[in-house]
Design a protein around this ligand. Structure first.
Ligand code: NAG
Ligand code: NAG
Length: 171
């Protein structure tokens, strides 16, 4: 049996305010003028950047009990705070949210430690996801991914078996 799954990702660009193109461009330019993706976005460089991860699983594509691995179609949502991406909405016609390309902005380098293959590098340089940035500096990044994870199955109670599999993130 083969299953084909199509993942459709929609980004909806909506705004409650009518903000002009000029204002959006001014904010974009102001936020990105000193961009460097190689320096962690904390004023005090000895502070850590806390990155939160949540996972939405859409589809278990495969669970191989003999090899002890499963693959999952899912979407990861990362969010963190960038202390250099804050602005006062009053100076930008009330604009509180903007999308930035991730090419020049610091993003966490996350990979799945117990992955069974190399596609588990979730946020590498080749991916072109957009970042959603709020005026308090909170950035969120959604990454759709299909990945394989190693998982020791316990089939003693087969066919009423339950499995607990961990996804281990690292950077
Ligand atoms: C970029 O750097 C200039 C010069 O240091 C500074 O005046 C400006 O506020 C910086 N912009 C941002 C968004 O940090
Ligand atoms: C940066 O943070 C460290 C650890 O919290 C602290 O000891 C240090 O004084 C801070 N540096 C500045 C310039 O605030």
């Amino acid at each position: 049996m083969s299953t084909i799954t199509v993942l459709i990702v929609c980004f909806l660009f909506t705004s409650a305010h009518s903000v002009s193109f000029e204002t959006s461009r001014r904010l974009f330019n102001d936020l990105t003028e000193n961009d460097t993706k190689y320096i962690r976005p904390v004023l005090n460089q000895s502070h850590a950047v806390d990155v939160h991860v949540s996972v939405r699983a859409y589809n278990l594509k495969m669970f191989d009990v003999t090899l002890g691995k499963f693959s999952l179609l899912s979407s990861f949502l990362f969010d963190w705070k960038d202390e250099y991406k804050k602005w006062d909405p009053r100076k930008y016609d009330g604009l509180r949210k903007i999308h930035l390309p991730k090419s020049n902005v610091w993003v966490p380098n996350i990979l799945i430690e117990n992955s069974a293959d190399l596609t588990a590098i979730l946020t590498n340089d080749n991916s072109h996801f957009e970042l959603e940035v709020m005026n308090d500096g909170r950035i969120s990044m959604s990454v759709p991914a299909v990945f394989e994870v190693l998982c020791e199955p316990n089939i003693q109670k087969y066919p009423f078996d339950e499995h607990e599999c961990a996804i281990v993130f690292t950077n």
